[in-house]
Design a protein around this ligand. Structure first.
Ligand code: ZN
Length: 150
């Protein structure tokens, strides 16, 4: 295992063990639930939007290490961003985890989210990694239906 790989593993394990922004935003303006039946991951995201900015967001639920770490890192990455930037970040993240293995990926705007680049090698895990993001998108777009990874 390369050093970079080990670093990635460490970040994911850390966020799984100590998820950031876990819980509910009491004064949430937006919320949505999501589930990934393939793995059994379930999540609920609550968001406080003020003046078009995601000023607070939290998640709760249960799932595998990848889904929990992804949700945790997502909350850190999105907090404080305007909604359009948050959704653009999802597009970049989705591009990262669904890119073909031999395709170069621009990770420059992704920061710590780049740790999920390795997920590309495991297509089943892509759904785990993107569940929180699909759920956030539904919440921000005001869709009440449960986010599915299918
Ligand atoms: Zn999972």
């Amino acid at each position: 295992m390369s050093e970079l790989r080990e670093l990635y593993q460490t970040v994911i394990l850390d966020h799984n063990k100590n998820p950031r922004n876990f819980g509910r935003v009491e004064a949430a303006t937006h919320d949505a639930a999501g589930n990934n039946p393939l793995c059994g991951d379930q999540i609920e995201v609550t968001v406080l939007v003020e003046d078009g900015v995601v000023s607070d967001l939290r998640f709760e639920g249960s799932g595998c290490a990848i889904s929990t770490a992804s949700a945790s890192l997502m909350t850190q990455a999105v907090k404080g961003k305007p909604i359009d930037e948050a959704l653009a970040l999802f597009e970049d993240f989705h591009g990262l985890v669904t890119a073909k293995l031999d395709e170069p990926v621009d990770e420059s705007g992704l920061g710590k989210l780049a740790v999920f680049a390795g997920v590309r090698e495991f297509p089943v895990r892509v759904k785990c990694a993107t569940l929180a993001w699909h759920t956030l998108k539904n919440a921000l777009e005001g869709k009440d239906d449960v986010a599915k990874t299918e």
